[in-house]
Design a protein around this ligand. Structure first.
Ligand SMILES: NC(=O)c1ccc[n+]([C@@H]2O[C@H](COP(=O)([O-])OP(=O)(O)OC[C@H]3O[C@@H](n4cnc5c(N)ncnc54)[C@H](OP(=O)(O)O)[C@@H]3O)[C@@H](O)[C@H]2O)c1
Length: 301
């Protein structure tokens, strides 16, 4: 089976491509960047351009495209890039598939748990719960709406609403472990907010399940089943790295100065429910922080 990975050159896409190839799938990549690889095809959402050869023989699409949320201050210009790179790209994919009557069995789109917003709540959020109203929440809502249009074409559509993805290198964990290695534990907000995470191996399995299991339809929260606070998360990194740390509180106004509205996302977070996935028969390999961080930070592996 041939799969088209859109935004397949990034953190998640690189791991997903590797696993798909291991499992015998053929993989096409749609990228803004030229490549020597004959299976990578060009597109540009600003010019409404897609190389149609990308879709040849493809059974389904996994869309992971989008400018990095945590990179840089959220200025109005940056927000526009974050928005257009997701909403306009997904719209272009939809219009192209529709116009060219390209037949697909499935369309799988990434989204984020930022959908539920930064407003403090005791609720444990499920997929059908109401979205938040901050920038990231609205971005996710509009992105998901765009992706769900694939239903109009009778294409099975799945949305993977993802928490922070933990990987061995790059990504959030690499950034978070750096100060801890130097004996500092920076505390954002009061540290008691929830930090929703998922191990990359589990996320990749969720994407592969979404391809193979035709019962996967609609939206799924992709987070580990046990919720942890930001402080628990950081303390566990220190424990696994066997580092003694001095907690240093970072005042919220400094975070706001550096990150703009992104500071809200960094200092807030609510509990997320992963039962829809487990009820569908999905088994997490990394259910708790101990096993996840040991696998990613251990020097032995
Ligand atoms: N990593 C996480 O913790 C996490 C958590 C929740 C949700 N997600 C979402 O999952 C998706 C994949 O995540 P990731 O961590 O793999 O992202 P990533 O490493 O930043 O890569 C995403 C891909 O998007 C494309 N891209 C980047 N800037 C773009 C722009 N301005 N316009 C159009 N395309 C652009 C790039 O592909 P080309 O350069 O090849 O075009 C890039 O490889 C993202 O949408 C992300 O928001 C990620």
């Amino acid at each position: 089976m041939k799969i088209l990975l859109v935004g397949g050159t990034g953190l998640i896409g690189t791991s997903l491509k590797k696993e798909l190839l291991n499992k015998g799938y053929e993989v096409h990549i749609l990228s803004r960047r030229k490549s020597e690889d004959s299976k990578t095809f060009l597109w540009n959402n600003h010019e409404d351009y897609i190389d149609l050869k990308a879709f040849k023989g493809v059974s389904g699409i996994i869309n992971l495209t989008g400018a990095n949320i945590a990179e840089g201050r959220w200025t109005n210009k940056r927000k526009e890039v974050l928005y257009d790179s997701r909403i306009l790209s997904t719209r272009l994919l939809f219009e192209t598939i529709k116009k060219n009557k390209i037949e697909l069995s499935f369309f799988i789109n990434s989204s984020a748990t930022g959908y539920y917003g930064t407003k403090k709540s005791a609720q444990i959020f499920k997929e059908n719960d109401v979205s938040g109203s901050d920038f990231l929440a609205k971005l996710c809502v509009d992105w998901e709406k765009e992706a769900l249009r694939f239903n109009e074409l009778n294409i099975r559509t799945v949305i993977i609403r993802t928490g922070i993805v933990l990987t061995k290198s790059q990504g959030a964990l690499e950034k978070m472990k750096l100060p801890i290695k130097f004996g500092i534990l920076p505390i954002f907000g009061n540290g008691k907010h929830i930090f929703s995470w998922i191990h990359i191996d589990d996320l990749i399995s969720i994407f592969i399940n979404s391809i193979t299991n035709k019962n996967f339809i609609g939206t799924y929260n992709a987070v580990a089943p046990i919720n942890n606070t930001y402080l628990e998360f950081n303390n566990k990194i220190a424990e696994v790295l066997q580092k003694k740390v001095i907690p240093i509180k970072t005042p919220t106004f400094i975070l706001s100065l550096v990150f703009g509205e992104l500071a809200e996302t960094l200092t807030n977070g609510n509990k997320i429910n992963a039962e829809k996935l487990t009820n569908e028969g999905f088994n997490f390999k990394y259910k708790d922080l101990d096993s996840a961080l040991s696998s990613l930070l251990s020097k032995k592996k």
